[in-house]
Ligand binder design. Sequence first.
Ligand code: EPZ
Length: 419
Amino acid sequence: MYALVIDGGRPLEGQVRISGAKNAALPLMAAAILTREPCVIRGIPRLSDVAFMGRILTSLGASVRFNGGSVTIQASRIRGFADYDLVRKMRASVCILGPLLARLGHAQVSYPGGCVIGPRPIDLHLKGMRALGAEITIDGGYVCARAEKLRGAPIFLGGRAGPTVLGTANVMMAAALAEGTTVIDSAACEPEVVDLANFLNAMGAKIAGAGSPTITVTGVKELHGATHEVIPDRIEAATFAIAAAATKGEVTLTHVRPEHLRSVLDKLMEVGVEIFENGESLTVRAAGPFRPSDITTQPYAGFPTDAQAQMTVLMTQADGVSIITERIFESRFMHVSELARLGANIAIEGPSAVVKGPTPLRGAPVMASDLRASAALVIAGLVAQGRTRVRRIYHLDRGYEMIDAKLRKLGARVRRISE
Ligand code: EPZ
């Protein structure tokens, strides 16, 4: 296992290039199942989750070739049975269900488990597949789906916490090859859903309305190969923007789409951070002090749940009390107990974290627990005086490409050690 050792207390300064979006890349790779022709996806981030999706597609019989920042996937022949242990390890792999069902008329995918941030149900995914005419059974821990022919249908995909991102992706991919028209209401509006719709349309699908709560899919007989560039990772960009602010530095992020993280930039400016946008780059500068703020996570275009833990660290440095409320997942405050070890003063009140600031942070050994909580611990280590050791950083490597190298380039004293 690896850990990051961070000697904090220095401002981040310089320029960093944001990688392609993990949460776009995973469904894009799954979409290649929908055609027997080769698909080329460029700007793929080199992440363990992406490599894992490659392994899953290979286990289904597809050829997957990574070449630098691109991947070529050809599913000329494909099986509908996904290896139990493989799929179980990465819940995002549930997005192979829709394409397998559309391509083959049957699919057997292990029921994705929950994770530390919540139970992660897939009832809405299955509601969508059933609406398209699939028979779904759960057997021996597998989701077994079967459909002679998928038929377009009206589908309401809103759940208890609002829309479902991967559920929308799954239904869009299944509906692309269904007979007739599908209208998805309460569809997720995330940029990653739009990126997938653009790729599917480049493959010959007929999808309109992506990015809005109502997506219309007119089924076609078959799809062909296509080449596509992944959008920049708005959550990585948010993470680096917050780190630049929290360390009172000045960092220019390149290869970003500022409009994809508008809610985060707006919140940063509200608390006293300066943001300068220039096309596909943005500069973040902060000298403090920071004003406290109330933040509630919401579906896009609201404040993203995936940036909640990172923002919590910044608010430990604000002059006053901030209330951070998590409305998307059930238990996404794993970082709070670890931040307390660095001196943070945070109380959990139901769905909210009450953050009292400013509190000087001092380095300490901490444990990563999930992807974004790990990113929060790294930011806290960069802010803290002294040395912080973030352990189990395999969580971090799932979603941040070469984060220690990128931080060193910005002047951070951080090194990766095996332990
Ligand atoms: C995607 O997960 C992202 N992952 C998550 O990012 C992100 O936090 C999440 O969307 C919300 O924005 C990928 O894209 C790979 P959801 P997804 O279905 O699609 C409930 C990260 O750190 N729900 O939008 O799995 C669910 O429990 C990860 O990069 C149902 O009730 O999330 C949650 O409360 C973490 N029934 C809410 O909806 C369902 O069938 C949103 O979940 C599906 C979801």
